[in-house]
Design a protein around this ligand. Structure first.
Ligand code: FDA
Length: 513
């Protein structure tokens, strides 16, 4: 074939020439000339901030139906100098799976979502394009006493989620999703398909939390399923300032990570609300999963947190799989809703994360409430996620995710707004940046830690063109990975020295200090 002056024409031709599969690759390739292009591009975009006509668009979207097509896509994009952005569930907070400043291809794994559950051995193979909702559903088809400790939102994609850690309501009992990975299949920069044995322990370490779009395309994961009791209990108890929300949140900080049993995950959602009297108040919602029955839970709460005033009526007993619906507001709906990939959570948002090592005092909590009062109703939310339990037992270097013993909880700061106007967006972003500035004295320092799955480009980025030095990348890299950043750089340098797989916050190979 003649090389044309158009890299994406060459790329398309390369795909066809190298296609070995029965399904012709042309059936899974979308260019702007294709009538389905916009649908395929937009359908999994979660953050509506990036669903705009002037957002950069991919030259081509490829949605492989088998692994050989992933290999071909990597081979051809590298050959013709097109950047690849992999996308699984499209939930990246900064849209990095479908936006780029340079000519790019989206490798969308939506069609690779086979899940094979081996209940007897309590393991499963799950392809990256599956959502965690699909995974939970397939597990429950085989067993009601097995589960998996991954995210709360059912539409989150396994590919990005496991690549950054991944946690949900069983974090304290079983750790992260990435802590429970036993093997994986990765297409590397040369288009080779590697399993754990072939890739070696360094690369296998790096893909379990070292961030997506960096080390290769993870096409599937072997996971260890975890035991769950036949009956679990959930509650969501709401308290306002008049109902002692401040002192309850204060007390929660001392017990949620350090005193409560690992089976009990109690997080706090903070938001503000205009009461019937027109006055603004804070609502603290104590949202809880207990891996056991309500009577036991009432005993534990009665001795550790009687101030909350939990009653039997607050408690809902259910199978574990139903709790995955309960925490996303789908209670009472058929379980099949977990298979629905189209999300009800799309919004315009900008989020950030922080880690807390020492409880925040009541006077400071009261200062925090003022931020909610200043913001529009509903514009601001904070979710306090307790750590401790299993999280404190796993060493900081076991996988790249370093936030373990000594971190008592993670805060997710959330601002969301209702329309795409420049003003609304500027207002939301400025609000959360100022709040983040205010929080600095009360959270982890040097580095100010952050969770890579709550991606935040404000904390530092790579150079768009050219090399990013170790020093520059370590600004954001140590916040996400702390001391594990160095090992990630070494792995990256070994497996992808030309930095083919990259984005604004991918670990760079070592070119200069
Ligand atoms: P997406 O497809 O956008 O990918 C994210 C990143 O991974 C991108 O850089 C992408 O290129 C890369 N990537 C994707 N597939 C890959 C693959 N196969 N191989 C290598 N790299 C790949 N988190 C959490 O821990 N617990 C929770 O409960 C929630 N809940 C939640 C709710 C909602 C509404 C949102 C929007 C997000 C969350 N998250 C979360 C955060 C979530 O874990 C994070 O955004 C994940 O990276 C999303 O993975 P996706 O595959 O959906 O995203």
């Amino acid at each position: 074939a003649f090389a044309s002056s158009n890299p994406h024409e060459d790329f398309l031709q390369c795909l066809t020439l190298n296609s070995t599969n029965d399904t012709s690759i042309s059936q899974v390739v979308y260019t702007p000339a294709n009538s389905s292009y916009s649908y395929v591009l937009d359908v999994s975009i979660q953050n509506l901030r990036f669903l705009t006509p002037d957002a950069p668009k991919p030259l081509v979207i490829v949605t492989p139906v088998d692994v050989s097509q992933v290999q071909t896509t990597v081979y051809c994009s590298r050959k013709y100098g097109l950047q690849v952005r992999m996308r699984s569930g499209g939930h990246d907070y900064e849209g990095l799976s479908y936006l780029s400043g340079v000519p790019f291809v989206i490798l969308d794994l939506v069609n690779l979502r086979t899940i094979t559950v081996d209940a007897g051995n309590a393991t499963a193979w799950v392809q990256s394009g599956a959502t965690v909702g699909e995974l939970y559903y397939r597990i429950s088809e085989k067993s009601m006493t097995l589960g998996f400790p991954a995210g709360v939102c059912p539409t989150v994609g396994v590919g990005g989620h496991f690549s950054g850690g991944g946690y949900g309501m069983m974090l304290r009992k079983y750790g992260l999703a990435a802590d429970n990975i036993m093997d994986a299949q990765v297409v590397d920069v040369n288009g080779k398909l590697l399993d754990r044995k072939l890739m070696g322990e360094d690369l296998f370490w790096a893909i379990r939390g070292g961030g997506g779009n960096t080390f290769g395309v993870v096409v599937s994961w072997k996971i260890r399923l975890v035991p769950v009791p036949e009956t679990v209990t959930g509650f969501a108890v709401l308290r306002t300032l008049d109902q002692n929300a401040t002192s309850l949140v204060n007390k929660w900080q001392f017990i949620a990570a350090q005193e409560l049993p690992d089976e009990l995950y109690m997080r706090v959602i903070l938001q503000s609300y205009n009461g019937a009297d027109g006055n603004r108040t804070i609502q603290a919602i104590f949202q809880t999963l207990y891996l056991g029955e309500a009577d036991e839970l009432l005993d534990v709460m009665g001795s550790s947190f009687p101030e909350l005033g939990l009653t039997r009526e607050d408690c809902i007993e259910m199978p574990w799989i139903n709790s995955t619906l309960y925490f996303t507001g789908f209670s009472g709906q058929p379980l099949e809703i977990l298979l629905n990939r189209s999300s009800n959570t799309k919004s315009y948002f900008k989020n950030k994360s922080d880690y807390v090592k020492k409880p925040i005092s009541e006077p400071v909590l009261e200062e925090i409430w003022k931020w909610f009062f200043k913001a529009d109703q509903g514009a601001l939310q904070m979710i306090l996620n307790p750590y401790g339990g299993r999280m404190s037992e796993i060493s900081e270097s076991a996988i790249p995710f370093p936030h373990r013993a000594g971190k008592i909880y993670m805060i997710q700061h959330i601002t969301a707004w209702n329309n795409g106007s420049v003003e609304e967006s500027a207002k939301g972003i400025s609000l959360i940046r100022s709040l983040y500035g205010f929080m600095a004295p009360y959270v982890s320092k040097s580095p100010r830690s952050a969770y890579v799955n709550y991606r935040d480009l404000d904390i530092g980025i790579n150079n768009e063109f050219g090399n990013t030095s170790y020093r520059q990348a370590s600004i954001w890299g140590t916040k996400y990975y702390n001391r594990n950043f160095d090992r990630l750089v070494r792995v990256k340098t070994a497996v992808d020295p030309s930095n083919f797989f990259r984005n604004e916050q991918s670990v760079p190979p070592l070119t200069s200090w």
